[in-house]
Structure formats: C-alpha cells, structure tokens
Design a protein around this ligand. Sequence first.
Ligand code: NAD
Length: 247
Amino acid sequence: MRLQGKVAIVTGAGRGLGKGIALKLAQEGAAVVLADMIPADEAVREIQEAGGKASAYTVNVTKQEEVAALVQYAVDTYGTLDIMVNNAGINRDGMLHKMSKENWDLVIDVNLNGAFYGTQEAVKYMRAKGYGRIINISSGSWLGNIGQANYAASKAGIVGLSKTCARENARKGITCNVICPGFIETDMTVKLKEVNGGAAWDSMMARIPMGYAGKPSDVGNMVAFLASDEAAYITSEVINVGGGMIV
Ligand code: NAD
C-alpha cells in the first residue's frame, strides 16, 4: 500500500492501459478518478468491490476547460491531487506521403495537446501544494515508426513537454516522468490480429525479445513505482516498458 492517502487522476482509464494503471494505483491505496470519454464504470466497480476508492469522470482531454474541471473534481471529491497520469491517446496510422491533415491534427490534439492540458492543470495545483507526481504515457514509437508520423510526433512532443515540466518544477516537490510502453495487448493493438490473417501480429511478436505482448498491469506497476515515495529522486526520465523491444 505505497500510495495510501494519495489521490490520483488517470485519463483514458475506461479501458486498456489506463484501466490497468488505475487498478494498480487503487491496489496501492490511492483514491483514483478514472477519466475518459467512454464510461469507466466497470473499472470503478472492480476497484470498489476490492475495497478501493474510485470514481468515473467524463472528459474530453482536447478541451482545456474540461481538464481543468477534472482536476477541480478530484480536489473537491477527495480533498487534493497528488498523482496525474496523462494516458489518453489514439492512433490514426498511415504512411506520411498519404497522411491527411485531419489525421495529423486529430492525433496531435488528443495525444499532445491533451497531455499539455493535463500536465499544465495538474502543475498549477501541485506547485501551490508543493508536491506532485506527473506520469505521462508516450510510446516507443516516439523514436520514429513506419506509418506513424503523427503518432510519433505527438509522443516525441510528450517527452519534450515532460522533461521541461520536470526541470521547471523540480524545486516545487513535483516529479515528471515519461513511460514508453512497447507493445501491450489492448483495444488499440488487438486489431493487428485481424491483419493478414494474424501474420501482422506474429511479426510484431517476433520484434519483441521476450516474444509476447505486455499487459496493462506491466505499465501499471511502473506507474505505481514512479508515483511512490521510492521514486522521489527520479525525474525527467523516459522509461521503457517493452519486453526489450525499444532500443
Ligand atoms: P485504448 O484505445 O485501448 O485506450 C485509450 C483510451 O483513451 C480509451 O478508453 C479512449 O476512450 C480514451 N480516449 C481517447 N481519446 C480521448 C479523449 N479525447 N479524451 C479522453 N479520453 C480519450 O489504447 P491503449 O492501448 O490503452 O493506450 C493507452 C495509451 O498508451 C495511449 O496514449 C497510447 O498511445 C499508449 N501506448 C499504448 C501502447 C500499446 O501497445 N497498447 C504502446 C505504446 C503506447
């Protein structure tokens, strides 16, 4: 119970990685606001049935006023905000020479602008409090990946945003770190099983030294560590959780 008494927000927590992260933070004792555009009630029920504290909150992370209201909701409901996990994200893959401006804008808006609003609104509150843990979910793709110019740019932007946030707020008791998941089995990635009769999935597995896809809990474990007091001297880091895939 490393996070007993702490209050966390996880965006994109209705399913996938965000849900896995929220479950882990709650297991460690944090009260968690699960924020998403889709209902997060199922995950909230799971946490409550296990004796944890959680509530669902509807948010579109591309709207700064909604993200500001989300932070206020956590403070009003649980008394404070200690941990902000900016996880909501989408992909709209396609080769750069065929990529529509619409798909470029959409991915940048959700992944990068969303992380900016979440980080900024959290930092405004945490600076006054003199304590905070911000954990932003990027991707191994930030280093460049075929078919993902928009996604890679948004995820590289998250690294720059977070490293700057870490430096600006290090003396205010706030740490800011980035996690780069490799290939985790969620709704975002499972569609690959349908491509070329499963051949695309198999070739992805072949790229992972450990030979299998990660689970949301693998990322949740790292988030819980970074959110804990054990990680007090760790800031501005980019940490891969990818079974050896990201080099
Ligand atoms: P997912 O599609 O299963 O879940 C994403 C969640 O974000 C969904 O619940 C969705 O409703 C929510 N969301 C999307 N747009 C939103 C918006 N505008 N406002 C609020 N919520 C919104 O995907 P996932 O695999 O769980 O991915 C979670 C994060 O992890 C993303 O940022 C993704 O880029 C990153 N990531 C995933 C993998 C992987 O292998 N799955 C790898 C690297 C990085």
